[in-house]
Design a binder for this molecule. Structure first.
Ligand code: SF4
Length: 363
């Protein structure tokens, strides 16, 4: 394989087979998948995959398999209901104090479980038109309750530093926009993009940038990825994590623990662990909610509070995100009342070992 070939992002099913990342027996199925959903595996990500391991947790996230052709009941093109809350193109306004601003529809890599898989990829509209961009900005300017703008997509760090700097400046010039959060996979998927110019574009006067880094397995944190994250944090940009609970990737106690510890070691605060969304053809990567709760309970028992994300479900239809536990507190009617004919409500509190304690109501 030539050096030039090794240094390119893989986008064609044939290339995945040639590199030993997909089975030739799966080629026809992967070609069918590629007509609908984008494929991209950067050199950084390809280098992390062990082609001899059929269960490789990195491959599972990025290399299509025939299982994607199977659509499960309940799966849908817009699993979290973005469309129901989009007042103008590019904006999703679901909660009062914040909006999503979807600037681009391309990503460095295409995740096989992506909840926006119908919208992202080179074949889709690649960016907002100038006119749509101005209309989206006008929408934000006109609503003083918008405190936070979340740049997502697609991946906003696929923009050139110059374009990103202009967008950051436009948003920071809106007096009520105080926080600009960027959701990205670039620091792990293509760390070289985190250049001095990109960092300069992110550091603006007038608003505070935050980065939410999407990663799902500790092995994504290569030497180069850790260095890219360090450049961001050293520049004073606070970072939080976003992960998706994925069958065969991080749905076991050791993998989840190592992932969360790695975030913290890289100075990225664990924030959300998302339950897998009902995106078409992603059933083989979802777990049950019961399993997710069990994993979260185990994490609470073993790992520092710094390493605890919140387990979240994005409700289909657009109702928003809800934390889905597990819960540690529930009220219980005490059998022994404090006086004749009375019953006292006590809380049942579960400790980190799973033992239950009764706690008196506060006066
Ligand atoms: S980087 Fe994000 S938007 Fe892009 S394919 Fe992955 S999950 Fe979807």
């Amino acid at each position: 394989m030539s050096r030039a070939k090794l240094a390119r992002t893989l986008r064609e099913p044939k290339e995945l087979v040639e590199r030993g990342l997909a089975r030739s027996a799966d080629l026809a199925a992967i070609e069918t998948i590629a007509t609908r959903y984008a494929i991209a595996v950067t050199p950084n990500i390809a280098a992390l995959i062990d082609p001899n391991d059929p269960l490789d947790p990195i491959a599972r996230q990025f290399i299509p398999t025939p299982a994607e052709l199977e659509i499960k009941p309940g799966e849908r093109a817009d699993p979290i209901g973005d469309d129901a809350h989009s007042p103008v193109p590019g904006i999703v306004h679901r909660y009062p104090d914040r909006v999503l601003f979807k600037l681009v529809h391309v990503c460095a890599v295409y995740c096989r479980f992506c909840f926006r898989r119908e919208m992202v990829g080179p074949g889709k509209d690649s960016a907002l038109s100038d006119e749509a961009y101005r209309a989206a900005l006008d929408y934000i300017r006109a609503r003083t309750e918008i405190w936070e703008v979340i740049l997502t997509g697609g991946d906003p760090l696929m923009l050139s530093p110059r374009r990103l700097a202009d967008i950051m400046a436009d948003l920071a010039a809106v007096e009520h926009v105080r926080i600009i959060r960027l959701h990205t996979r670039v620091p792990v998927a293509d760390p070289a993009r985190i250049s001095p110019e990109m960092i300069a574009a992110l550091r603006i006067d007038g608003a505070t940038p935050w980065i939410a880094l999407h990663a799902n397995h500790a092995r994504e944190f290569s030497h180069d990825a850790r260095a890219a994250i360090a450049r961001l944090v050293d520049a004073g940009i606070p970072m939080v994590s976003q992960s998706v609970l994925l069958a065969g990737v991080n749905d076991n106690p050791a993998a989840l623990e190592e992932l969360m510890r790695t975030f913290v070691e890289c100075r990225v605060k664990p924030y959300y662990l998302h339950h897998g969304d009902l995106a078409p053809g992603t059933g083989h990567l979802r777990t049950t909610i019961a399993k997710g709760q069990e994993l979260m309970r185990g994490l609470r028992g073993r790992v520092s509070g710094l390493c605890q994300p919140e387990y979240m479900l994005d409700l289909p239809g657009g109702a928003g995100k809800s934390p889905i536990g597990p819960g540690y507190l529930s009220p219980q009617e005490s059998l022994a009342g404090s006086g004749e004919g009375t019953a006292e409500t006590r809380y049942r509190v579960t400790d980190y070992c799973g033992d239950v304690h009764l706690y008196p109501p506060q006066s």
